[in-house]
Design a protein around this ligand. Sequence first.
Ligand code: APR
Ligand code: ZN
Ligand code: ZN
Length: 366
Amino acid sequence: MQQVQGVVARKKGAPVEIVTINIPDPGPGEAVVKVLSCGVCHTDLHYREGGINDDFPFLLGHESAGIVESVGSDVTEVAPGDFVVLNWRAVCGQCRACKRGEPHYCFATHNAKQKMTLEDGTELTPALGIGSLAEKTLVAAGQCTKVDPEARPAAVGLLGCGVMAGIGAAINTGAITRGKSIAVIGCGGVGAAAIAGAALAGASPIIAVDIDAKKLAKAKQLGATHTINSSDQDPVEEIKRICAQTYEGADGADVVVEAVGRPETWKQAFYARDLAGTVVLVGVPTPDMKVPDLPLIDVFGRGGALKSSWYGDCLPSRDFPMLVDLYRQGRLDLDAFVSEEIGLGDVEAAFDKMHHGDVLRSVVIL
Ligand code: APR
Ligand code: ZN
Ligand code: ZN
């Protein structure tokens, strides 16, 4: 057992605190990781607001890169000294989804079995089974993916959640390829990553939609060929116009990614797709939201697909090393997602900044 400092949400709505936490030595299948960087994600804020569950206190943080410090017995995935990106999809290999060759849908992902605790022994719930807004954390070895050790931790650690969700929404779920058209509605961290992924895959045109001009400027920097400010223009009409300009007869985009998580934008995505186009829902709706009331004939008559994308349908062991290599080759600008580097004590300030337009990610450096 050892003691380190970590960012804990003790009770619903209360500001987070830096406290001493106890980290057990790794047991079978577990690893202790020295954290080098951790992005601050909306999900961390949702935890502290009680929007996910009531299992307080939470040890926040889950978008991290670090170095494996020690491993327990039966660990084959990683060894001490490995540079890793953490993930929340350690797949089981045994469930129906894993067995039918779709491990990205694994129904039985796992985390460390032992619990990290407060000094008084109270068990902590680690955010998304990781809890890496801390100097060190205990995870399942399968939550560690070894990547190129020369890569910048702050940038590649973001693959651990939001950036992977966005890239994967375009590439994995949307199956976007060279020459396909794509529109992305909502260009925050997730949507901007979908644009970067689409650019990487050679999509064209790549249409960015947002209500915030600063997000659209960033989208352009990441590869958007067109931008639409949907406060000023009807995005559906405009997407159709741009696609028809490029491909005669097109009636929308081949793939539309919804990265806001609201019924209005879902409806825009639905009607902005071309006939038999694909809608990818990656923005996370709240439980009270409903699918908009659409004429069934509009769904029936068009073919195509309506898909949701959970964590970008990623398989970390396949996708992280590839994306880190593309980053190292200068083909994927992960640095663009690091808006600022901050300290462990700045997490509340980072939550405040999420509501302003100029931050994709605040990243804590440890
Ligand atoms: N039309 C277009 N864009 C919108 C609209 C709208 N009606 N409303 C909000 N947006 C834009 C915001 O301006 C912002 O750029 O959507 C973006 C949302 O981005 P972030 O708040 O940075 O969220 P992000 O981290 O990208 O996550 C997107 O997925 O993980 C979930 O909870 C998260 O639902 C959110 C979504
Ligand atoms: Zn499984
Ligand atoms: Zn996240």
